[in-house]
Ligand binder design. Structure first.
Ligand code: ZN
Ligand code: FE
Length: 245
């Protein structure tokens, strides 16, 4: 009989619309945090649980994903993981990850995926056995990240890779942008009944101040205009339109 417990994920909403994720492996008592924008809410959470922090996983260098790094490291002596090529701008990095590298968090294996577009050094953490994807600012519910550093071609390629993941993949993105994204999606895909239905659910959830993240990739494949764009030209046009929406 398998008595091992599953990977636990906890979501902490911070700032305007950011999500910090706490990962816990009860088999080994290991705890990690994904993209700590701040240290205090993470400390508070750990204190309540009476856990200590072992790892920080960073998806990219932006301040709203890394500003908690140094304070958490000072307090917990945790290891900070990030993309090797972005090491120069990930505060306090200890372990430099390579594209495609396979690692473990406690008893859970994951793969490091390189998804340039939002930034040039953006990675995701893919817990392939659990089918949980920590995607940072690459894919959002019904949207995708802004192109701060990468080209449309890079983002389009990254999104196309995500399309081939199992539809039952649970996507943990770093922002609650769903409602605005959905409004944009409807403006370019107004006849999509699945999208209309999803938006109703999203609006109901937001009214109750409930998170719409994580979500399943299967929903995105049917409602996310950036995943549904079949050519680079179409993707580029959509992304430009979204920037001024
Ligand atoms: Zn970002
Ligand atoms: Fe962000």
């Amino acid at each position: 009989m398998n008595t091992e417990s599953q990977l636990q994920v906890f979501q902490i909403p911070v700032l305007q619309d950011n999500y910090i994720y706490i990962l816990r492996d009860n088999n080994t008592q290991k705890t990690a945090v994904v993209d700590p924008a701040l240290s205090e809410p993470v400390d508070l959470f750990l204190k309540e649980k009476n856990w200590k922090l072992d790892f920080i996983f960073n998806t990219h260098h932006h301040w709203d994903h890394t500003d908690g790094n140094l304070e958490l490291k000072r307090k917990w002596h945790c290891r900070i993981l990030g993309f090797a090529k972005d090491a120069y701008r990930i505060p306090g990095i200890d372990q430099q990850l390579q594209e495609g590298e396979e690692c473990t968090f406690g008893t859970f294996p994951y793969r490091v995926l390189f998804f340039p577009g939002h930034t040039l050094g953006h990675i995701a953490y893919w817990f392939f056995e659990e089918k949980k994807l920590f995607i940072g600012d690459t894919l959002f519910a019904m949207g995708c990240g802004r192109l701060f550093e990468g080209s449309p071609q890079q983002m389009f390629t990254s999104l196309n890779k995500i399309k081939s993941f199992p539809p039952e993949t649970e996507v943990f993105c770093a922002h609650e942008y769903t409602e605005k994204n959905g409004q944009f999606a409807l403006s370019v895909d107004s006849q999509n009944q699945i999208l209309k239905n999803r938006m109703k659910e999203v609006q109901a959830s937001r009214k109750k101040n409930q998170a719409t993240v994580p979500f399943f990739l299967s929903e995105e494949l049917k409602t996310n205009p950036f995943l549904r764009a079949s050519t680079l030209k179409e993707f580029t046009r959509l992304r430009k339109k979204r920037d001024i929406f």
